[in-house]
Design a protein. Structure first.
Length: 232
């Protein structure tokens, strides 16, 4: 593609769009997110994405290069959304257990209300994280998630509330696992066992129990509990 801006932006293109590159890209990314989440990288089609946007196929290539470039940007925006949400949480003034509880609630709620994010992560795992590895931005964004947990854990240890051996990365793994399964396996779980836990009251119960489990894992008062050898 040449560096010349496509004609669609000069004349307004579909829907009367004029000089609004940020709006055009945002529209493309929103549609592409749904398409990649529904059909995967191989199944999504640029023609279909263009047909559902207020722009053109040529404009998509102009901004994103090719389908893989668009997919990488979709991944980046998906991770940006959750990481920016975490950064907006005002946790520093809260006691460490409450700060941790608020972070867990945010993660559970974000995943529950953003199933496309979960599907994109599942698709990227099918690709062994290859496209994620190509993005320096995603690495920087996700470092912030662990840094926030490191701060909470440090304050919790200094206050004598958290186990000394608690690891922020492992804690992040636990929070992500409990919140992720709630969405990733929702269809199969509800087909097999019924949808009671998928209803609003069931989700509220699960959310609180996830908070309880993570806090029990982190709090020092529970650190001396050990499974009997026969249970290991």
């Amino acid at each position: 593609m040449s560096g010349e801006r496509p004609e669609v932006e000069r004349g307004g293109g579909r829907g009367g769009w004029k000089q609004d590159p940020a709006g055009v890209q945002s529209n493309i990314l929103a549609v592409a997110t749904s398409e990649f989440a529904a059909n995967g990288l191989s199944g999504a089609r640029i023609d279909e994405i263009a047909a559902k946007t207020r722009t053109s196929k040529r404009m998509i290539y102009y901004y994103f290069g090719d389908k893989e470039g668009l997919y990488r940007r979709v991944l980046e925006e998906a991770y940006r959304k959750i990481r920016e949400g975490e950064q907006r949480l005002d946790l520093d003034h809260l006691p460490p257990p409450e700060a941790l509880a608020q972070l867990v609630k945010f993660t559970f709620d974000h995943h529950s209300s953003n199933p496309d994010f979960i599907r994109l992560v599942m698709i990227e795992n099918i690709h062994d994280g290859a496209y994620l590895a190509q993005s320096q931005l995603i690495g920087r964004l996700n470092a912030g998630a662990v840094e926030k947990l490191e701060m909470i854990c440090r304050r919790g240890k200094e206050a004598g509330l958290f186990r000394e051996d608690i690891e922020p990365i492992e804690l992040h793994w636990q929070i992500s696992a409990l919140s992720f399964f709630n969405v990733s396996n929702r269809a199969t779980f509800s087909r097999i066992f019924g949808d009671r836990l998928c209803r609003p009251e069931g989700q509220a119960t699960l959310r609180q129990h996830v908070v309880d489990m993570v806090l029990r894992f982190a709090l020092k008062s529970h650190s001396d509990r050990r499974l009997p050898a026969a249970a290991l």
